[in-house]
Unconditional design. Structure first.
Length: 337
């Protein structure tokens, strides 16, 4: 069992880091083979996962900072805050440090709003660790911005290799529409409509982390353009793109990444807790059962619960094998498409 759990932890980390590299590469980060995926990349959700599991790859983390520095005007800070709070991401303290680092100059003043996030003050700890879990020491001088927030790392020195995102990639539809509409709810609303047959304000608001009233007002105004079709469904209005104008944008797939990413943080926490000395089989089975119970609502929120083959609860080794197999099924979602 100990070998099984150790191998799963390594598989989990490798899969998540490869996925993060692929997603950032699609947005313009160099250094990784760019995948021609069709699933929409969500910059805010990607930042949040990189602030937690991305700490296991210092180069990846700094490539994120490089990309943010280049594209900071296209990042929706309020949506980032909503997402971080709603899902209670584990990387909140790191996100605050990133906000403080970005807010050190006038151009990044909006990033200081991340300081409003509730996050427990962190005791001084290494920001990065190796893939085997060992903290990476500071070699030269600690970065003062990160140090003030309790994270020790060498002073940030960006390579400035990040490139402007490719607007022709299907996965970049959201950020492409932000560049066109502006950084507001309309980009998310239109992206969601282009990846679904039809949808209403409540559904779109839940999937995009905007308030329902914000989405409702955007849809009402956008309909005046004559480019949206209205469908009455009981007491709710549903909308869809009208005509052939948007046909070239309909090849992409929407996934509500944030709850899936939060589930990955739960899984990582479980995997870390199962390392070390002797592991009690019954306790491990109990913890695994609790984990599956905790991540099920998140997968349901992401409309991915059907991908989790929930095993019948038990305390035997067979249950642990089945449970780990179910978790691997979730990781398979990251390498699809």
């Amino acid at each position: 069992m100990k070998k099984l759990l150790k191998e799963f932890k390594r598989h989990l980390l490798d899969t998540v880091l490869d996925f993060l590299w692929a997603q950032w590469s699609a947005l313009g980060v160099p250094g990784h083979a760019r995948s021609e995926q069709t699933r929409i990349v969500d910059p805010e959700a990607l930042i949040l996962l990189t602030c937690s599991l991305g700490r296991n790859d210092a180069r990846l983390f700094d490539e994120m900072l490089d990309w943010i520095s280049l594209h900071e005007r296209l990042v929706q800070i309020q949506r980032l805050k909503n997402m971080a709070r709603d899902e209670e991401f584990a990387g909140l303290p790191v996100l605050r440090a990133v906000g403080a680092w970005m807010g050190h100059n006038k151009a990044g003043v909006k990033w200081r709003r991340l300081m409003e996030l509730d996050a427990a003050p962190a005791e001084a700890e290494a920001l990065f660790c190796s893939r085997d879990g060992k903290p990476l020491p500071v070699v030269k001088k600690p970065d003062p911005g990160f140090e003030r927030h309790g994270f020790l790392r060498d002073k940030v020195s960006l390579r400035r290799h990040a490139q402007i995102f490719d607007p022709e990639l299907p996965s970049n539809l959201l950020i492409r529409l932000r560049a066109f509409f502006g950084v507001n709810s309309r980009a998310e609303v239109m992206t969601y409509l282009l990846t679904h047959e039809r949808a209403g304000a409540a559904e779109i608001a839940q999937a995009t982390y905007y308030y329902k009233r914000t989405v409702y007002n955007a849809l009402s105004e956008m309909r005046l353009s004559g480019l949206l079709q209205l469908w009455e469904w009981g007491t709710e209005n549903l909308y869809s793109p009208k005509g052939d104008l948007w046909q070239g944008f309909k090849a992409s797939e929407w996934i509500t990444w944030a709850p899936l990413f939060r589930a990955l943080e739960y899984i990582w926490k479980f995997a870390e807790s199962m390392q070390g000395g002797d592991i009690d089989e019954q306790l491990a089975a109990t913890d695994l059962n609790v984990l599956i119970r905790d991540i099920s609502p998140l997968l349901q929120k992401a409309n991915l619960l059907g991908h989790l083959q929930i095993p019948t609860p038990g305390a035997d080794k067979g249950y642990i094998d089945r449970g780990i197999g179910a978790l691997k099924g979730i990781l398979d979602l990251l390498v699809e498409g």
